[in-house]
Ligand binder design. Structure first.
Ligand SMILES: [Zn+2]
Length: 406
């Protein structure tokens, strides 16, 4: 990886030790890897560091996703990191969310506890996330905004699926020659499109996709078999792989928010999206498509919910039937947060543009942080995101049991 603007194996020393050879305690920061994002580090004394998120490639507007590694800490060294340049002030960090961490010997990501984190308004008016961290072993540590799920991981996920059940095709290549994969699973009369990661920083969407793929390709599960008999799934697991690999939050390599470009895709500027749109138009000509789900993550909301389109009154109850069933299967899915809108700001989104093709086109949103259960806040884990994907599949099966003729 070589993303211009990312910190590359940079040693940060106190100014008075600048001339000394590097020794333990001089932290070495790096974000030169897939999905890495860290633009600048400044030492501010007393083991405190100001960290700057790198803007999305070719777009100055968005700074939220960060992912970097630290090595060469002294055992027992406690540091304070300040993430100083988020592009928006409102954040789930206000609600107790913490960044995630893992290290060489502790490979599973965990969230930092609320007591280690502090989200506050700096003197310049921007919001700052400060967190303390004690390095207890001499090894490599990684920190990120939320659980990373990068392009390489999705590629190996796809490889691992049973080839007897999954037809894999590459729909197009992105500008950086990554795959836009299309998976066809099942052979039923019904057709459903599921896609994710048009917004690269929204990594929970990939865990949902991961859980969904595992469920519908399960060889033992009867519900999965039923689904494969009833439905032909057309799945595009990663719509913006360049953005994911580059560590962008919102945009493609060329700085486009692809989810505002469905209306006017361009073959040279957005080759992946252009190919996906052409494919979906062709698909609809061959078969009616019952549902289209586009999976995202939300930086302010809690829980999971859907956005749907406003439709004529006689179609309304049909439009609401699926979210109702989903809410019965997933305790984190909120029917009351689900809404049907026609905001101008959402006019280039998949849901809005594709509704002409697929009337039941939904955006599935999930919180980067938590959901409410019995008035308690339950932080999402990677597993809980995967389970939401499984529950999406279960709800689809239930929908067809309940409404075999819709
Ligand atoms: Zn999104």
């Amino acid at each position: 990886m070589d993303v211009i603007g990312n910190v590359k194996h940079q040693t940060i020393k106190p100014p008075e030790e600048e001339e000394l050879p590097t020794s333990p305690g001089h932290l070495i920061f790096d974000a030169d890897f897939e999905s890495g994002n860290l633009g600048k580090v400044e030492y501010c004394g007393n083991n405190e560091y100001d960290l700057y998120i790198r803007v999305d490639t070719c777009n100055q507007k968005y700074r939220l996703w960060f992912h970097y590694s630290v090595t060469n800490a002294k055992v027992g060294q406690t540091c304070i990191f300040h993430i100083v340049n988020f592009s928006k002030g409102r954040s789930l960090y206000r609600e107790g969310m913490g960044p995630v961490v893992r290290s060489t010997s502790r490979v599973n990501w965990t969230r930092l506890s609320q007591s280690q984190c502090y989200y506050w308004k700096g003197e310049s008016g921007g919001y700052i996330l400060s967190f303390t961290f004690k390095f207890d072993v001499d090894e490599r540590y990684e920190f990120a905004y939320c659980f990373p799920y990068d392009y390489a991981r999705m590629q190996s996920k796809i490889q691992s699926l049973p080839s007897s059940l999954v037809d894999r095709r590459v729909l197009a290549h992105t500008l950086q020659k990554r795959n836009i994969d299309l998976l066809t699973i099942g052979s039923g009369e019904r057709h459903i499109v599921v896609m994710a990661r048009v917004h690269p920083g929204e990594s929970p969407a990939s865990f949902i996709m991961d859980g969904f793929l595992d469920f519908i390709t399960s060889e033992e599960c009867n519900i999965a078999k039923y689904l494969r008999d009833q439905v032909t799934f057309k799945i595009i697991p990663m719509l913006n792989p360049d953005g994911v690999a580059l560590g962008n939050y919102r945009c493609s390599l060329m700085g486009f928010d692809l989810n505002r470009h469905w209306r006017d895709t361009n073959p040279w500027a957005q080759p992946g999206l252009h190919a996906v749109k052409a494919f979906l138009i062709g698909l609809e000509k061959e078969h009616p498509v019952d549902f289209c789900f586009d999976i995202h993550a939300h930086s302010l909301a809690t829980g999971a919910f859907m956005y749907g389109n406003v439709v004529s009154e006689d179609q309304q109850s049909e439009q609401q039937a699926f979210p109702k069933i989903f809410s019965a299967f997933a305790e984190d899915f909120s029917l009351s947060k689900t809404n049907f809108n026609k905001d101008a700001v959402k006019s280039g989104t998949a849901r809005r543009v594709l509704r002409g093709l697929f009337p039941k086109s939904y955006t599935l949103e999930v919180s980067f942080y938590n959901y409410q259960k019995d008035l308690r806040s339950v932080p999402y884990t990677q597993k809980a995101y995967c389970e939401l994907g499984e529950n999406l599949a279960r709800a689809i099966a239930e929908y067809y049991r309940k409404y075999p003729t819709l």
